[in-house]
Design a protein around this ligand. Structure first.
Ligand SMILES: Cc1cc2nc3c(=O)[nH]c(=O)nc-3n(C[C@H](O)[C@H](O)[C@H](O)COP(=O)(O)OP(=O)(O)OC[C@H]3O[C@@H](n4cnc5c(N)ncnc54)[C@H](O)[C@@H]3O)c2cc1C
Length: 292
């Protein structure tokens, strides 16, 4: 009998994962689960915990590199309508953990709700944006969060305030909880001005980062008081190649991949970057990109 017996929602076996990530490379998942709502996800997590099945939750795959061997466990995707809905009420929005961040930003622009413009051109699901506290110099996702709902490892459903989340630099304090819903507080403004700022941040990001290419965004976190990209550049690594992977000539903290790249090319190049920065600056770079 399979571990998910009795679970009524869709589960795929031997499912390709690469195409579900921004890199579009990497192997398959042993199982790919599509829960229909938070209660179904809770039941799935109970079964996973009871059987000790390895698991991951995947958003837009914009911060993940899947190994060529794939993932020997269950990958959960929140693509059911219950996880992608957005409900606006005055200056607040309640949005599902599987909703697309750019769709949310654009819906806010249309309604003249300000607060998310600084996240323009960051590929993410809402859940992934909470988990990573996605953002940059123009703001972070956590800045606007009032509360979130999660399913914990083991299956418990919980509602948490912003303070409980423990947002930090590209991280949070909730370990492996799964975000199912988020409530955000925004600020009323003129839609033309909100959209204008959103477009300007989008333009600035495109001018400095390889936004349209296959990558997982910044590979390394910035060390305290320093820029990982500048260090990689000063170590002479801009444009460095390994197989189909290349340190982006536009932004040295991005490793971009060609269509024929393998995940192992990206991993080998990331290791070379880490080694050279350590040799040159005596600094151990911490990886921001997740490897599954
Ligand atoms: C071109 C490009 C530009 C980028 N620019 C930026 C930037 O400016 N700033 C920035 O911060 N990041 C940036 N990134 C990285 C990426 O966009 C963020 O890390 C984003 O938050 C990832 O969201 P995701 O839904 O794709 O998460 P995934 O990559 O799918 O997953 C990332 C992590 O979040 C977890 N996760 C996913 N969904 C959930 C959920 N519902 N509940 C709990 N955990 C979940 C995953 O298990 C994993 O641990 C960039 C990436 C690319 C490709």
């Amino acid at each position: 009998m399979s571990w998910w017996r009795g679970w009524r929602d869709r589960i795929e076996t031997d499912a390709p994962l690469g195409a579900r990530t921004w890199y579009r490379i990497g192997g398959r998942a042993k199982w790919l689960a599509h829960p229909s709502d938070a209660e179904s996800l809770s039941r799935l997590m109970s079964a996973v915990a009871a059987e000790g099945v390895p698991w991951r939750v995947l958003g837009r795959g914009a911060n993940v590199l899947v190994r060529d061997e794939g993932f020997d466990g269950v990958v959960i995707v929140l693509d059911a309508p219950a996880f992608t809905k957005m409900t606006f009420e005055d200056v607040s929005v309640c949005v599902g953990g599987g909703a697309d961040l750019m769709k949310l930003c654009k819906a806010c622009c249309d309604r003249g709700l300000s607060g998310l413009e600084g996240l323009a051109a960051i590929p993410a699901s809402v859940g992934g944006a909470v988990r990573m506290n996605a953002g940059g110099r123009y703001g972070e996702f956590g800045d606007r969060v009032r509360s979130i709902s999660v399913v914990e490892t083991g299956g418990a459903l919980r509602d948490l305030s912003r303070e409980d989340v423990g947002f930090g630099y590209r991280t949070w304090g909730l370990g492996r909880a799964i975000v199912t819903e988020v409530v955000m507080d925004l600020v009323r403004d003129d839609p033309v001005r909100v959209r204008g700022r959103f477009k300007e941040y989008w333009r600035l990001k495109r001018a400095t980062q390889p936004v349209g290419e296959r990558s997982a965004g910044c590979v390394f976190k910035n060390p305290p008081g320093a820029s990982a990209g500048r260090m990689i550049d000063e170590a002479g690594l801009k444009g460095e190649r390994c197989g189909g992977a290349q340190v982006s000539p536009r932004h040295a903290n991005f490793i971009v991949a060609s269509a024929d790249a393998r995940a192992s090319d990206v991993l080998a190049l990331a290791q070379r970057v880490r080694d050279r920065v350590r040799e040159r600056f005596g600094v151990e770079l911490e990886q921001e990109m997740e490897v599954w």
